[in-house]
Write a protein that binds this ligand. Structure first.
Ligand code: FAD
Length: 703
């Protein structure tokens, strides 16, 4: 028995790891958060030839074995990625290569190998036929040289991101069959063409994981007989050949996950110091990690055997099934002791949320784990913190000015500026006859990939219902983080919009609540209802103070005083309402872009009042605002002392603890944790040390 590593396969692993290194935690976290398809990653994978791994060389592929494909997908997940976004292109080969005609192979495989065409969708499951595939009802009736297909498929992954679909349909009625495994046939369907002809409708399904799941409705779809794969009536058998490949490949992804988890858990167990030593020095922490590792290695051996049998053209059904069962338990399901689960969860949440690595209190830290223990009203604020959405600087940009938009987003020739949020404006900043152009321009730019440093993309929509309807139809797409809703006077307005968004998100498969809202308070009425507005729906993450319109509502002079004292009450009231509802408050603009001193003192005043950030209208204002709304070095040092002292006292069983003669109660500690988390988020974004700030601000409340 030879267990030595195959040098070629090791080289494949190394090359895939190298490619994956370009798509780190941040990339996958963003894709996940926005429920997006990882287009950029799949393109890179295709370009490098990995998705053509199983396509024979004579058709332009790499001509590799299933064992190699398994290594490729394993390495993607082992690097923290999600191979499921593209794996179907590999496992469909089990059917196509074994049963496809020479004509079909020549027609489809070279384009698949080059990445010109994608075969990412597999249409089998139906509402009435899940595990019992032989019960499926979608019919393909032969008429001359064509089959006419009617039916419905469910849980079909990636249909929106594929050119072709491998479809299983019934060619003989169930009742007419002696052998119920017969009577089904496999077809290659041109998805894009069928969509354009209205013969197929794809409806995204919202699921718990980002799997690009859909329902497919098929009506009178004509498929040329030349696109029948293999023999008519033998489709179930042909598909099973894909299933064994699929099992081996899915097992490999689970093994990759498991290896990733073990690696992160070990690293965390080594780094995390409690009671003066790494937690990994305790056997209670070591054992579950070691057990997980052992289970994954065992599953990998069975997977290797299954792949070896398949590649040797030997029956591999039992081994492929066992590999998938063992790997899914070892890599994803079987989590061992409770403690290991907590470590994993913490590592995972950290990875997803980039949360502070500072010592946690003995009970779950609210910053680390979004859970039911967070009071309902605090969840959005809490979520914003967990996801580290920085909202220090928010710049309004007129949507019909492409160059300004590009610049604000750090796209094209422009480099990212440190701006936290770009508010692409469709409202007051855009003349009425330019609105359509602005909608189209914003819709186009939302699809452009961010470089990871770029600001979150929000759109300010119109208040008028018809205009807002057109706004939402245009901009509700991946890339949009949220909406700024102007001139809100009453919570019912937010509720109506939220219901509309629920429906639109469902229809777009975006995940309910994924579009956040920033409600803008711009009138006396709005101010009086600000608390109810802030807590009306969970997707409201912040209140924005619309200073200009508010001043207009109160008939205040248009020219502002330094520090805008005339608006002091309203600004403070907005902060109080937002904080009471567990949301952030964002200050209004400083309108004079030439008055740097006015901006600084106005921003400082806003910070002292408790605002988390400030809106702005010119790039020259970003730096000052970011500086003022970031924790200073002294604040970070103080927060660290608070947390360290508090955790040490808790560890020794002391209830109360004082710092410099001041009792450290829970709100102070909680605030300190927030300060540290915010500082780390800022540091990650800017890679700069904490700012030095005027003494006047030190010790002031920082949210
Ligand atoms: C992430 C994901 C992606 C998917 N992608 C696709 C895709 O791209 N294309 C596609 O066609 N389908 C896809 N599916 C669908 C998947 O193949 C079906 O979910 C599967 O066939 C099971 O069908 P069902 O969900 O209807 O479960 P059911 O058939 O209703 O079964 C429900 C439960 O009962 C159990 N059960 C049923 N019969 C027995 C029995 N005799 N003995 C013991 N237990 C039994 C099953 O194991 C299961 O736990 C996907 C599913 C998931 C989760």
């Amino acid at each position: 028995m030879d267990f030595s590593a195959d040098a070629d396969r090791e080289a494949i692993r190394a090359a895939v790891r190298k490619l994956c290194a370009e798509f780190g935690d941040t990339y996958w976290r963003e894709v996940d958060r926005k429920s997006e398809y990882p287009e950029k990653f799949v393109r890179a994978l295709t370009k490098a030839g990995w998705l053509g791994a199983l396509i024979p060389t004579e058709y332009g592929g790499a001509g590799l074995h299933v064992a190699d494909a398994a290594a490729i997908l394993e390495e993607i997940n082992r690097s923290g990625g999600n191979a499921a976004s593209a794996h179907a292109q590999m496992y469909t080969m089990g059917t196509l290569l074994k049963h496809g005609s020479e004509e079909q192979k020549r027609k489809y495989l070279p384009a698949l190998a080059k990445g010109q065409t994608r075969l990412q969708a597999f249409g089998i499951t139906e509402p009435e036929a899940g595990s019992e595939t032989t019960r499926l009802r979608t019919t393909a009736v032969k008429k001359g040289s064509r089959y006419v297909v009617n039916g419905k498929k469910v849980f079909i992954s990636r249909a929106e991101h594929s050119d072709l679909l491998l479809l299983l349909a019934r060619t003989t009625p169930y009742e007419a069959l002696q052998d119920k495994t017969q009577g089904l046939s496999v077809f290659i369907v041109h998805l894009k063409r069928a969509l354009a002809d209205g013969r197929i409708t794809i409806r995204p399904l919202r699921t718990m994981l980002n799997h690009h799941t859909t329902e497919i409705f098929i009506q009178d779809l004509e498929i040329p007989a030349r696109d029948l794969v293999g023999q008519e009536g033998q489709g179930f058998r042909h598909i099973i050949d894909s299933w064994n490949v699929e099992r081996i490949l899915l097992a490999s992804e689970a093994i990759g996950d498991g290896r990733w988890f073990v690696e992160r858990a070990s690293r965390y167990a080594t780094d995390r110091v409690v009671f003066g030593r790494p937690i990994g020095a305790n056997q209670g922490v070591q054992f579950p990690i070691a057990q997980a590792h052992a289970r994954i290695e065992a599953a990998a051996l069975v997977r290797d055997k299954a792949a070896w049998l398949y590649d040797g053209d030997k029956p591999c059904g039992p081994e492929a099934n066992m590999a998938k069962l063992l790997a899914s338990q070892a890599g994803r399901g079987e989590r061992g002791a409770r403690h290991a689960r907590r470590i994993r969860l913490r590592v995972r949440v950290r990875r997803r949320a980039q949360v502070s690595r500072d010592p946690a209190p003995p009970r779950r830290s609210r910053q680390q784990q979004p859970c039911a223990c967070v009071p309902r009203s605090e969840r959005p604020r809490h979520a914003a913190l967990v996801l580290m959405d920085l909202v220090r600087s928010l710049m309004f940009v007129p949507g019909h000015r492409p160059r300004m938009v590009q610049r604000a987003l750090g796209l094209g020739e422009f480099t990212p500026s440190g701006l936290d949020v770009t508010i692409l404006d469709l409202e007051d900043g855009v003349p009425p006859d330019e609105k359509d152009r602005a909608r189209a321009a914003i819709a186009a730019v939302l699809g452009e990939p961010s470089n990871g440093q770029g600001p979150a993309r929000y759109v300010r929509v119109n208040r008028d219902p018809a205009a807002r309807d057109a706004d939402l139809a245009a901009v509700l797409r991946s890339g949009l983080a949220g909406l700024v809703v102007p001139k809100i006077d009453d919570p019912s307005e937010v509720l109506t919009l939220a219901r509309d968004l629920d429906e639109r998100e469902d229809a777009a498969g975006m995940g309910r609540g994924s579009i956040r809202l920033i409600a803008s308070i711009e009138s006396a009425r709005g101010l009086l209802a600000a608390y109810a507005i802030a807590r009306s729906v969970e997707r409201v993450i912040a209140l924005l103070f619309g200073a200009e319109d508010f001043a207009l509502d109160l008939s205040l002079p248009t020219a502002r005083e330094g520090e805008a004292r005339d608006l002091l009450y309203a600004r403070s009231a907005v902060v109080v309402a937002a904080v009471a509802a567990g949301r952030d408050a964002i200050d209004g603009i400083w309108p004079d872009v030439t008055d740097a001193e006015g901006l600084r003192s106005d921003a400082l005043r806003g910070r002292r009042l408790g605002f988390a950030g400030k809106s702005l209208i010119h790039p020259a204002q970003i730096e000052t605002i970011n500086e003022i709304f970031s924790p200073s070095a002294a604040e970070v040092a103080y927060a660290r002392r608070v947390v360290e002292l508090f955790d040490a006292a808790r560890g020794k069983g002391h209830g109360a603890v004082a710092l410099d003669g001041k009792l450290l109660d829970q709100p102070i500690v909680e605030r300190a944790r927030r300060t540290i988390a915010l500082h780390e988020a800022v540091a990650r974004k800017q890679r700069t040390p904490p700012v030095e700030r005027p003494a006047a601000l030190e010790g002031k409340r920082l949210k």
